[in-house]
Design a protein around this ligand. Structure first.
Ligand code: GRF
Length: 195
């Protein structure tokens, strides 16, 4: 079995990244994590990845003359790692058309809501404000619209009396850490592909 080579994009904590790294340590998992790229040098996830012996890179958009140049260097970095699949894991930038088109069908994201509900920022608060009784997370292909690509897998969590955005996010994150490795496994094994 040839394992798919995966690059992960992060901006911060990197707990979903860590869940993917741990899943990929199992020998028959069909993917390996070969690089982690952050748009923030201070992202704690970078040190976690480096501690696992994984290549890391940090690229700040502000250091580039244009967004296109920043994104070209992102693609060059991922290609220098010979990446087959790109996973967004808390990557907090909206990317341009060229980058999205280049990686179309090979790029997935996790969002902490039951998409198409509560796209964008503060999805847990959005769910609470809507009076929802259940919440969850989705792994989806990345397309041009934010949090809009076809959903691969979802997991539900209950909303409990007294929940606030923080308690709901913590419960959802536990589900995210199970869901993302399973979605990456399915894509890497060829069990799913972009529609
Ligand atoms: C996660 O809730 C993820 O779904 C969202 O941002 C958060 C990132 O957390 N996109 P982490 O960096 O993976 O810990």
């Amino acid at each position: 079995m040839s394992r798919k080579r995966v690059g992960i994009l992060i901006s911060g904590r990197g707990s979903n990244m860590q869940a993917l790294i741990e899943a990929a340590r199992v020998p028959d998992y069909p993917a390996e994590i070969v690089g982690v790229l952050s748009n923030r040098a201070a992202a704690p996830g970078l040190a976690i990845a480096a501690g696992h012996g994984i290549a890391i890179a940090s690229l700040a958009q502000s250091k580039f003359p244009s967004r296109d140049m920043f994104e070209d260097v992102m693609t060059q970095t991922l290609e220098s790692w010979d990446v087959d699949i790109v996973c967004f894991a808390g990557f907090m930038r909206i990317l341009g058309d060229d980058f999205i088109d280049h990686w179309a069908g090979r790029m997935i994201n996790i969002h902490p809501s039951l998409l198409p509900l509560y796209k964008g920022l503060h999805p847990h608060q959005q769910a609470l404000d809507a009076g929802a009784t259940e919440h969850g997370c989705s792994v989806h292909f990345v397309t041009h619209g934010m949090d809009e690509g076809p959903v691969i897998l979802q997991a539900k969590v209950p909303i409990l009396p007294g929940d606030d955005a923080e308690t709901l996010a913590a419960r959802t994150l536990i589900a995210e850490h199970r869901l993302y490795p399973e979605a990456l496994r399915m894509l890497s094994a060829g069990e799913i592909s972009a529609p």
